[in-house]
Design a protein around this ligand. Structure first.
Ligand code: PLP
Length: 402
């Protein structure tokens, strides 16, 4: 988490230990552009906690959340596998030391080339999202004289009660195989057992989920499917609960987040304990969000009759979440002014030529913010840098693990 030290400088802190003040890091780097800073101790704590809490459930980190090499290497060193969704992510995993046997391949649009690569590499599991994909995988595996290790991703038609753009388990979403199509998948499996190795089922109902009820509903629905298939003689050993566990973006409440992770773990274990040997999860946000901060510089303070804008040098091209999901991130100055209470409402906006380039529409800060001040945008370790782009021909931010 982030805290001010006795000199009012913002630092990462963990177990009452402070990191070097962020302002020192900025000054040492001779700041030229926005910086994603990640704090290794926080990341280590998160992954170790989740590993202990979930054990023996295996963790496959969703690489899409953050693919910065030092982070990926650190997580792999901690023993987690990867959930990958493209050839680029497979290659990123390989480059950073993840063996194919510790990768799960998800995603609705796997190309011929990607599937062939996954089969040749002997990736641990391919989560199949549609009937045509299942047929394509079977035919590619046959042509290679190999068997593809697959799990069927089921769309359980469950409302994850999250932002519609990150809900993935409803019947009108493009993700997973709807339950009425499972009998077709079963027939295809029956007739293609020479090229398909059926490992089990997977789910992923959405992201930033803080209410565990939708998870339970999905696990129960899948359990009925499992019992049904087992009654017809199917033998499989893997159940993958996906990711989606949410975090608190409005305040630091790590104790509640850890309690939620514990409850999630119990849910998975209790729901399926007699139905398989291997249980997987694919968390992304929960592992990496809190360890990251985006540092930006105030370029202008623009007062209009409607707003007091802080125009900063980062924006929706570096952090898409506010524009895409109306996400709210806390924003703090790198140096706190003890003599002034935060009492001025600012709209923090970026340089991009879009009106959606608003990082936060209302942040209370002191009224003595000046051009050249630095601000930290909190909890940006997940879906921050990995979604960033060069729109308006602007540079990508710098990234650093400290
Ligand atoms: C298939 C799959 N697994 C896991 C995740 C990770 O989700 P989260 O970061 O919410 O844990 C995603 C995110 O979109 C996903 O699509």
């Amino acid at each position: 988490m982030l805290n001010y030290n006795s000199q009012n400088q913002l630092c990462f802190s963990h177990d009452n230990k402070f990191s070097d003040p962020l302002i020192n890091i900025v000054n040492n780097l001779k700041y030229e552009k926005p910086i994603y800073l990640y704090y290794k101790e926080e990341l280590e704590h998160r992954v170790r906690f989740l590993k202990n809490t979930l054990s023996p459930i295996e963790i496959f980190y969703a690489l899409k959340a953050n693919a910065f090499a030092p982070i990926v290497q650190m997580l792999i060193k901690e023993g987690v596998g990867l959930d990958v969704v493209s050839l680029g992510e497979i290659e990123c995993g390989l480059r950073n030391g993840c063996p194919p046997q510790k990768m799960i391949f998800s995603g609705v649009g796997k190309s011929h080339k990607e599937i062939e690569m996954a089969i040749r590499l002997k990736i641990r599991q391919i989560n199949v999202e549609s009937i045509p994909e299942l047929l394509r995988i079977s035919s590619i595996a046959r042509s290679l004289n190999l068997k593809a290790p697959i799990a069927l991703r089921v769309n359980p038609d469950v409302d994850a009660a999250t932002h519609p753009y990150i809900a993935t388990g409803l019947k009108n979403n493009k993700f997973g195989i709807e339950t009425i199509a499972l009998s077709e998948a079963e027939n295809i499996l029956h007739s293609n057992l020479d090229s398909l190795e059926f490992l089990g089922f997977s789910l992923h109902i959405g992201s930033q989920i803080l209410d565990l009820n939708p998870f339970q509903e999905a696990f129960d629905k899948l359990k009925n499917i499992i019992i049904d298939w087992q009654s017809r003689g199917w033998i499989f050993n893997t159940l993958d609960a996906g990711g989606g566990l949410g975090i608190n973006y409005t305040q630091d409440d790590f104790a509640s987040e850890e309690k939620l992770a514990q409850q999630w773990s119990n849910q998975i274990k209790n729901s399926w304990k007699n139905n398989a040997e291997n249980f997987f999860v694919e968390p992304g946000r929960w592992l990496v969000s809190h360890s990251g901060v985006l540092i930006t510089k105030v370029e202008y303070i623009k007062k209009t009759s409607h707003h007091q804008f802080l125009i900063v040098d980062t924006g929706m091209h570096h952090l898409m979440r506010p524009a895409l999901y109306q996400a709210k991130h806390r924003i703090l100055p790198l140096i706190k002014n003890n003599n002034f209470e935060p009492q001025t409402s600012y709209q923090i906006v970026g340089p991009i030529c879009e009106s959606s380039d608003v990082i936060n529409s209302e942040v209370m800060l002191t009224d003595n913010i000046t051009e050249g001040d630095y601000l930290a945008i909190l909890d940006t370790g997940a879906y921050g840098s990995s979604m960033s782009n060069c729109y308006n021909q602007r540079e990508l931010p710098l990234e650093l693990l400290i």
